[in-house]
Design a protein around this ligand. Structure first.
Ligand code: AMP
Length: 380
């Protein structure tokens, strides 16, 4: 069961977006074959896969056929139904396993797990009715954030409550769905730790990185984070303990708030490679994508050394508003790397690609990547 899955074998990826694409690029470089399953066709992962299977995630028969053709299954999208993962697990190992997905694909379950295992989380309450929301706002106080319990990412399905008067409209926004109310954290910084855990419990991490969001979507990551050594060590140790508690196999990301008293509070867990780890593709000896391949195939984890500071800036569809971005000007800047995901339609807010820049310091890397992104739009 724990024998390594060697190059030449086939890795199945559930999901077919840019994360799967970058896993596939790393896997193919190492001689693995890649199959991807998702409802999409002509997908970012499909472009670089050996086989693109188009099926709904809850099409259990299609998932079983998919599983029969691969040696191991991983995922790049965590909101896969338990029925799908259970069906696949009977045929091929699924890494990370279904219980990790079950815990992390629902905010309420995730926060309850974290609190029960002694991890730091913002005070929260489970909300099933308007009356419960009124009582919870009274207990937790304002500001607070109301979030749908399940299936939300990039800030979707959440609303801030500034005063008790906001309760009515906030509850209406939830449209009767179960929700979680959590205290708003007046944070100094948002950090994340991307790390990997192998089949035998070995662990490798990329240290704490610093994230800036815009409209709830990740905008820029700077690596390493500008925090004290103590904060970095605490973030890494919390991440390691959490991976052990969840029994993760593969790469995952833990997002943190650093409050003004230097306390770390866990915001959420992504049980997969993460946007805030994209810089590792260019900046680290082993990228998060290669690390995912190594971890799920039971191979030794690779060095996470990062020779130079780096920064990553996302390229959203909005950048195409004035026509095709000016790639030549961005690529003329030293140590800037371009990644495009092969998506045909550039919709506002859609992640189309990213830029990475390396430099002597983290601040210079951020300046460089932001300058490179600005240079893409010749109308600015
Ligand atoms: P989420 O989808 O829960 O990761 O939230 C997206 C973004 O909203 C976070 O990265 C924060 O910038 C902000 N946010 C979410 N929850 C809170 C909170 N409790 N306190 C402060 N900011 C928050």
């Amino acid at each position: 069961m724990n024998d390594p899955i060697l190059p030449g074998s086939t890795i199945g990826i559930l999901g077919s977006g840019q994360l799967g694409r970058m896993i596939a690029i790393s896997a193919r470089r190492m001689g693995y074959r890649i199959h991807t399953l998702s409802p999409e066709t002509d997908s970012p992962t499909g472009h670089v896969a050996d086989r693109e299977v188009v099926a709904a995630y809850d099409d259990v028969e299609a998932v079983k056929r998919f599983a029969a053709d691969v040696d191991v299954i991983t995922l790049e999208f965590e909101n896969i139904s338990a029925a799908c993962v259970d069906a696949a697990s009977l045929i091929a190992p699924v890494r990370p396993k279904g219980s990790v997905l079950h815990t992390t694909q629902n905010r309420l379950r995730e926060k309850t797990f974290l609190a029960e295992h002694g991890f730091p989380v913002a005070p929260f309450r489970h909300i099933k009715s308007r009356d419960e929301l009124v009582a919870a706002v009274d207990e937790i106080g304002t500001s607070a954030v109301l979030k749908t319990a399940g299936f939300g990412y990039d800030g979707k399905g959440q609303v801030k409550i500034e005063t008790a008067e906001d309760v009515g409209s906030a509850w209406t926004t939830m449209a009767g769905q179960e929700a979680v109310l959590e205290a708003f954290i007046d944070f100094e910084l948002e950090l994340s730790v991307v790390a990997a855990r192998g089949l035998t419990g070995d662990f490798a991490h990329y240290g704490a990185v610093q994230n800036k969001h815009s409209n709830h979507i990740l905008d820029v990551t700077a690596a390493p984070a500008d925090v004290s050594g103590a904060v970095n060590v605490t973030a890494v140790n919390l991440t390691r303990k959490l991976f052990e508690a969840l029994d993760v196999v593969g790469v995952a990301c833990v997002e943190y708030f650093l409050d003004r008293d230097e306390n770390l509070i866990i915001n959420e867990i992504a049980p997969r490679v993460h946007n805030s780890g994209h810089f590792t593709f260019d900046a680290c000896v082993t990228s998060q994508f290669e690390q995912q391949v190594r971890a799920v195939c039971g191979m030794p984890l690779g060095s996470t050394d990062q020779p130079r500071p780096a920064a990553m800036a996302n390229l959203l569809g909005d950048l195409w508003a004035n026509g095709e971005p000016d790639w030549t000007s961005a690529l003329a800047i030293p140590e800037v790397k371009l990644h495009l995901y092969g998506k045909q339609e550039a919709r506002p807010g859609r992640k189309m690609g990213h830029l990475t820049a390396m430099a002597d310091t983290q601040e210079q890397a951020v300046e460089r990547v932001v300058e490179a992104r600005k240079s893409l739009d010749s109308t600015l």
